[in-house]
Design a protein around this ligand. Structure first.
Ligand code: ADP
Ligand code: ADP
Length: 225
């Protein structure tokens, strides 16, 4: 089974109201194991909406969302939340790290919530931080880190529980171009090393070209570049 299969996804905000916005009009998408797919579209095209539906944070009006072969549409909120915690890692444009905890703790906490024991969680967090080049910053709080370092820590947090699918929404969008390029390179290495599947929204065509496939979102549907 593919890691992610979306078919016939439709979504309209404010349905039936004068300010209705038809964002998705039958979007189809399949991501195989180990595939890294770019989602390219201008701002407002519906990338975040699609990622939220794929990530089980939002439900489509119609269509099917399968994660590792399992249909998610129609499941209870509790079951979808469980599936999201088990299978999906998120990265956003802004890091969303917890400000009162250190970099290391920010990566340990989701592992403890996942049932991992503390010693293993700390070992894995330290290993991940070293791999992304911020091992020396493990005991710093997010506010003491640079933007690029914060984002690297957020990558480690998203990957700490080894999700089957990584969803990233403009993961380097708030960094200056030079830093973005380096930080994106780190993300790609991490994803390739773990062999995970990823859907990464960006409007940077150079970054998109480094992925396995590029999908364009146009008028509410997806087309292969
Ligand atoms: P992108 O991520 O490509 O910028 P979004 O998925 O955020 O696009 O938004 C697609 C369209 O849907 C935009 O026109 C946006 O204003 C609209 N939209 C997004 N979320 C909502 C919402 N909760 N209510 C109403 N309209 C929304
Ligand atoms: P903001 O900082 O923009 O007010 P939030 O902190 O509420 O937004 O959420 C940040 C992002 O996380 C948003 O894109 C939101 O849709 C997404 N999100 C909301 N709930 C969850 C959740 N349970 N797990 C992961 N991401 C979530």
């Amino acid at each position: 089974d593919p890691v992610l299969a979306l078919s016939g996804i439709t979504k309209t905000y404010n349905k039936g109201l004068p300010n209705a916005v038809e964002v998705l009009r039958g979007a189809d998408l399949t991501i195989a194991h180990g595939e890294v797919v770019a989602l390219v579209a201008p701002s407002g095209a519906g990338k975040s909406t699609l990622l939220h539906i794929a990530g089980l944070l939002d439900t489509p009006d119609a269509g099917s969302v399968r994660i590792c072969g399992r249909e998610m549409v129609g499941l209870s909120d509790r079951k979808r939340t469980a599936a999201r915690r088990e299978d999906i890692g998120f990265i956003y444009q802004f890091h969303h790290l917890l400000p009162e905890f250190t970099a290391l703790e920010n990566i340990v906490l989701p592992q403890l919530a996942h049932g991992c024991n503390q010693r293993e969680a700390v070992t894995r967090a330290a290993d991940l931080l070293a791999r992304v080049g911020v091992g020396g910053r493990a005991d710093h709080r997010p506010g003491a880190l640079s933007g690029g370092e914060q984002q690297r820590v957020a990558f480690c947090r998203a990957l700490a529980n080894e999700p089957a699918l990584l969803l990233a929404d403009e993961p380097t969008g708030n960094l200056d171009p030079g830093t973005a390029d380096q930080v994106f390179g780190t993300l790609m290495e991490l994803v390739r090393d773990t062999g995970m599947s990823a859907l990464i929204a960006t409007h940077n065509l150079e970054l998109a070209a480094r992925m396995d496939r590029v999908l364009h979102m146009d008028n509410g549907t997806l087309t292969e570049a």
